[in-house]
Ligand binder design. Structure first.
Ligand code: SAH
Length: 380
């Protein structure tokens, strides 16, 4: 049993992109699973395959081999690459498996102080879960399958949340730089927290000042680190539950935070009107562009919040600003920031151009693995 692709599909795989869409698949088995991919008689790759999904072929290896063993080999390698960090920071939060970025398409595993949360969004993983659990076991105090991502429906997969190993605690305390925070494994967004910004959050500990503002704060991610160095920190989010957790996290660290439940767009405008000023502002919005179609509208939304934030800064102030929309590419992100600065009538120096943490590896050939942009700007 094999998958056969057309010339365009072959060209993608030869260029080491991992995906072939349905329109470029010539023929294949009726059932989902792991299969070799061919162009005519030429072997191209081993791939996860789902004929029900528009994203039909997801390659994970470009040499021949036993499909299941080769996939599990990739999993073991991904874990090996994280071993040093796990040993050095057993109470930390790390991504153990970053899907395509680790040649494990559609599989994410995050570790919160050794409590693992798994999300699988490609069909073929479902039948392999018992073997995946075996490989993860030595790294896991517990393991939760948080398989409730809506994209699973596109694959024809059921939605469920279920423990696979050990006793899953409802909440786990994670250490990150100079602070600790609580993660809700069962109730939180995504796998519980946003580990991709870890290093960028820790970076906030280098700054000192009077007033800082963390917009789109979730559970106080950036705000907690800022509270170590600023007299007053305001955390803003539209989710009341997230802000309650931010306050709890502040108490856990003996820090004080002000929280405000508000729509970021309205709030930034209101602060400007009131003549408020800050030494440092963080903007970490959700993905405004979910697809290519809404890129234009998303671009305007990103520009709007950045422009407002730029106007709220004191002279010499710092703007730490992010976008996690893959569709807003890095060049577009900086173009957007430039336009925002122009319209705000302020000049900014780029202190650092950053992205997602090392445990969310980017595959150069597969740009979809690069989604997080993070710029540190200073008003010049
Ligand atoms: N900075 C956080 C992650 C932010 S996730 C961290 O490092 O952990 C994005 C957050 O934006 C979510 O908590 C969501 O509730 C919030 N959000 C989404 N739309 C919003 C809006 N219009 N105004 C304010 N907050 C919003």
């Amino acid at each position: 049993m094999r998958i056969s692709v057309n010339e365009r599909g072959a060209e993608r795989l030869l260029g080491r992109h991992l995906w072939v869409f349905r329109r470029d698949v010539v023929s294949g088995p009726e059932e989902p699973g792991l299969f070799p991919v061919y162009f005519g008689r030429r072997f191209l790759a081993l791939a996860l395959y789902n004929p029900q999904s528009d994203l039909t072929v997801r390659a994970y290896r470009f040499q021949e081999g036993e499909p299941e063993e080769a996939l599990l080999e990739n999993l073991k390698r991904a874990l090996k690459r994280r071993e040093k960090a796990l040993e050095e920071e057993p109470e930390g939060g790390f991504r153990l498996v970053h899907a395509e970025g680790d040649f494990l398409p559609g599989l994410v595993v995050d570790s919160y102080a050794g409590h693992l949360v798994l999300q699988a969004t490609a069909y073929a993983w479902e039948g392999l879960l018992p073997r995946v659990v075996e490989v993860l076991k030595p790294y896991a105090k517990s393991l939760l399958a948080k398989n409730d991502a809506p994209t699973r429906t596109l694959e024809g997969l059921p939605l469920y949340v279920r423990p696979l190993l050990g006793e899953v605690p409802p909440r786990v305390e994670v250490k990150e730089g100079g602070i600790r925070y609580l993660v809700d494994l069962l109730e939180g967004q995504k796998t519980g927290a946003f580990l991709d910004q870890r290093d960028n959050r820790i970076l906030m500990e280098r700054f000192r000042g009077e007033r800082a503002l963390d917009v789109f704060s979730y559970m106080g991610g950036f705000a907690l680190h800022l509270a170590l160095g600023f007299k007053e920190v305001l955390a803003v989010d539209s989710s009341k539950a997230a802000l309650e957790r931010a306050e709890e996290n502040a108490r856990l660290n003996g820090l004080s935070l002000k929280t405000l439940e508000a729509n970021a767009f309205d709030l930034l405008r209101a602060l400007e009107k009131a003549g408020e000023r800050f030494d440092l502002i963080v903007l970490d919005p959700p993905a405004f562009a979910k697809g290519k179609k809404d890129l234009e509208r998303a671009y305007r939304a990103y520009k709007e919040v950045n422009l407002r934030a730029m106007r709220l800064l004191k002279e010499g102030g710092i703007l730490a600003t992010a976008s996690c929309s893959h569709h807003l590419t890095e060049p577009l992100f900086y173009e957007m920031l430039k336009e925002a600065a122009q319209d705000a009538r302020r000049a900014f120096r780029i202190l650092e151009k950053r992205g997602q943490g090392w445990d969310h590896p980017v595959l150069l050939n597969h740009p979809e693995t690069h989604y997080l942009k993070f710029a540190l700007l200073q008003m010049a």
